[in-house]
Ligand binder design. Structure first.
Ligand SMILES: *Cc1c(COP(=O)(O)O)cnc(C)c1O
Length: 498
């Protein structure tokens, strides 16, 4: 079933003539910078290109084609309208170095987006410049450090992180030069406050929390946690990568958080799973405002301008060229304006309802829920520990077999503290019918695990690729094309100016 490479589809001399740059095109690069040899390019027609890439795209799992319950990633439907408005010619053609006078419309959108994010979180200021959740976290921890250092409190270098946390939390804290102290989660899914008290002290810079946690549980002791950490002189960082469960319901600032990021590419109209551009907008309470990364948009009364280094001498500085990912920011802006305040709250209603419905139905179908005594938030964890023990079928086997049944696999083996786990996030945009079909598929797989476990070890059988060596793909990725035969065709057609 393997698809030929685009090079293998070609014929010497074939070209997409309509797209060919004109030969008269002048070039002001210095002679020394020009390449001597023609590049190796596939020689294909325009139609060949369209068919090739369309066919490849059809082999992908995407939210446009399949249910995608990838926990912690919020793979929901993103309205097309957000994208078409973000692509209006005035936005698309705007040069990032365009003068402020010619950018007022764009800046008004960003200013209003900053304001909307303040409203939805209770924070007093936002900067939109970080390009990913992880970069937002880096900015947040850098601001926490800058705050302590500015007060002469230079020994505060420890960041507390629960064992359920997303890997980016300890990673960003470490990159900021902090030491990570891990906090244990109790069997009921909340944090161990005695341990927290014991770990807090004069070296505590802060704590990083996701609430609801990556276990899909709302931390019920959040006020006590805030009091303990603040009393010790530390600050609270809110990992707001997934905001679906609390939108319009709860404000991180009211929970006691001082600084946070939001993944606009999960909750606000840009899909996360493609690994494409993102935005980890950061918000802060008043006392951290001087440290916000620049630039952000401020209102002058008559219009808008960028707040830069002169306005914010204590800023942690720039995190991206220009002002973050414009397309992602505009989609988020349109989405927020489109759904409004009531829409926000309905997102949370449906995200939480869908997760609890799916959790209950899977429990009825015989699956073990990791925290069965707790309500789910926007996601929940299934553990296949007992299934693995009695049948040998693992969470990975179930995940792969789901692909054959037309469902993207849930997140596997994360959070790390639950053995053989699937983290399932149905999102608010799925209907009951799809959720029921997913339950039916899962129930069939559970039966199969009991009676024909060996078959599941072979899955997926119906995909274009079977089980890949993930480690090799990450560490030894090789996507070069090395032609096997002589490539006269390429050279010739370029030289003859075809
Ligand atoms: C996705 C996610 C992140 C990281 O976001 P990126 O944009 O992938 O860097 C951090 N924390 C949680 C809880 C997440 O789900």
């Amino acid at each position: 079933m393997s698809e030929p490479l685009i090079f293998e589809r070609g014929q010497p001399g074939r070209a997409a003539r309509a797209q060919h740059p004109s030969q008269e095109h002048s070039c002001d690069l210095p002679e020394a910078a020009l390449r001597r040899e023609a590049p190796l390019l596939p020689e294909v027609s325009e139609l060949d290109v369209v068919r090739h890439y369309t066919r490849l795209s059809q082999r992908n799992f995407s939210i446009d084609t399949h249910f995608y319950p990838l926990g912690s990633c919020t793979m929901k439907y993103n309205p097309r309208g957000c994208n078409s408005l973000a692509m209006l010619p005035g936005f698309l053609g705007r040069h990032p170095l365009a003068p402020v006078g010619a950018s007022q419309g764009y800046m008004a959108c960003l200013f209003e987006l900053q304001h909307a994010l303040q409203t939805v979180t209770g924070m007093s200021a936002f900067s939109l410049t970080p390009m990913a959740g992880a970069q937002g976290e880096l900015a947040g921890v850098a601001m926490i450090r800058a705050y302590h250092v500015e007060r002469g409190d230079t020994d505060r270098t420890e960041i507390l992180v629960p064992d359920a946390a997303h890997g980016t939390n300890p990673a960003t804290a470490t990159m900021c030069g902090c030491t990570v102290k891990e906090l244990a989660t109790r069997v009921d899914g909340d944090l161990d406050l005695d341990e927290l008290r014991a770990l807090c002290g004069p070296k505590t810079a802060g704590i990083m929390l996701t609430n609801p946690s990556t276990l899909g549980l709302f931390e019920r002791q959040i006020q006590a946690i805030s009091e303990i950490v603040h009393a010790a002189g530390g600050l609270l960082y809110y990992d707001g990568a997934n905001l679906n469960a609390i939108l319009g319901k709860a404000l991180p600032a009211e929970m006691g958080f001082d600084v946070m990021h939001i993944n606009l590419h999960k909750t606000f109209a840009t899909p996360h799973g493609g690994g494409g551009p993102g935005s980890g907008a950061v918000g802060v309470v008043d006392k951290l405002k001087p440290f916000l990364p620049i630039p952000y948009v401020i209102s002058t009364g008559e219009g808008y301008r960028w707040a830069g280094a002169e306005d914010c001498p204590k800023s942690i500085g720039r995190l991206s060229a220009f002002m973050g990912n414009a397309g992602v920011l505009l989609r988020a802006y349109v989405y927020i304006r489109m759904i409004g305040r009531q829409g926000m709250s309905r997102i949370a209603d449906h995200a939480v309802l869908n997760a609890n419905y799916l959790m209950t139905r899977l429990k009825q179908a015989g699956f073990d829920i990791a925290y069965p005594q707790r309500r789910a938030s926007h996601e929940f964890v299934v553990t296949l520990k007992h299934v693995a023990k009695s049948t040998g079928v693992t969470a990975m086997d179930i995940a792969k077999a789901l692909l054959d049944k037309g469902f993207h696999a849930p997140t596997t083996y994360f959070p790390l503290l639950v053995p053989e786990c699937l983290l399932i996030e149905p999102t608010e945009t799925e209907g009951k019918q799809t959720l029921d079909q997913f339950v039916a598929a899962m129930a069939e797989l559970l039966e199969q695990a009991k009676h024909q476990p060996a078959q599941l070890k072979e899955a997926p059988l119906r995909m274009s690729v079977r089980r890949l060596d993930d480690v090799r793909a990450a560490r030894q990725l090789d996507v070069r094309y090395i032609p096997s035969g002589p490539q006269h065709g390429v050279e010739q057609s370029l030289r003859s100016g075809d």
